[in-house]
Write a protein that binds this ligand. Sequence first.
Ligand SMILES: NC(=O)C1=CN([C@@H]2O[C@H](COP(=O)(O)OP(=O)(O)OC[C@H]3O[C@@H](n4cnc5c(N)ncnc54)[C@H](O)[C@@H]3O)[C@@H](O)[C@H]2O)C=CC1
Ligand SMILES: O=C(O)[C@@H]1CCC=N1
Length: 273
Amino acid sequence: MNKKIAFIGAGSMAEAIISGMVAKKIVPTNQIIATNHSNKERLSYLEEKYDVQTSQDRKSTASGADVVILAMKPKDIKVVLEELDEAFHKDTIVVSLLAGISTTFIEKNLSLPLSVIRVMPNTSAMIGESATTIAKGSKASKEDVVTVVTLMQSVGTTNLIEEEKMDAYTALAGSAPAFYYYMVEAMDQFAKDQKLDEAVSKQLMTQTIKGVAAMLENSEDTPANLRKKITSPGGTTEAGLKVLGEKDFQEAVVACLTRTQERSKELREDFEK
Ligand SMILES: NC(=O)C1=CN([C@@H]2O[C@H](COP(=O)(O)OP(=O)(O)OC[C@H]3O[C@@H](n4cnc5c(N)ncnc54)[C@H](O)[C@@H]3O)[C@@H](O)[C@H]2O)C=CC1
Ligand SMILES: O=C(O)[C@@H]1CCC=N1
């Protein structure tokens, strides 16, 4: 793709997307540029590791780009839009990764009627395995959406969604890797407690998750049916599941996702004031 891509913010999510894009060679590395608040070492690290450009001049970084990806924290949205507003040109596509922040708010804070597209990836973008949702703002053309979908497909799968559902999808895929990792941390603790071989345990846990993911993707069974096929009456799985039931595991997961969704809404309420 012959587009210049600028990242405003050079933290974990910017790195995950840069890493995925560079690996897929979606744009030449000299067309990718990142800037941040003040951490020069971080920019040098990205330059060295991914061979991308970096700059401490945020305005020129934005003005030289076709696609500007906002990758700072939601709390910084106002100050960044104020700083960059005059750097945008009439064809700039503004992509926001910011949890909670609406396209309407971004549009309202821009002088030009630009294409604003909201994207919720996850950190698996790093290895091309993000599950990304994309919602278009009111002024985004079909062509601009195609550009952003193409870019994001270089780091994983994409789904176009209605923006009103973005808070829920943020829970289900943006934040969710952390919830799966949390469960694996607990399994890892069990492996340590039982003095299992570290390498063998890691391989088993990883392969088990891959197998589960592949079954979910390829089997016609529901998750509940897949679970039942593992659960022999009076067997080991049934005994383990009984404990999860007693500890309200499923209620805890639903409560976790509900709170994550609510927090996304709160970020909007807090930082769009
Ligand atoms: N980490 C994740 O798994 C995901 C994060 N996101 C979103 O991505 C965004 C970034 O998240 P992380 O990378 O985790 O944060 P981070 O804290 O790792 O990085 C934030 C970056 O923004 C920069 N920054 C702060 N103020 C700035 C300013 N005024 N101008 C330019 N740069 C500035 C910082 O220097 C830093 O490089 C957030 O809005 C978050 O909601 C979305 C999906 C997943
Ligand atoms: O925790 C957060 O706010 C960000 C958004 C989704 C994943 N990380």
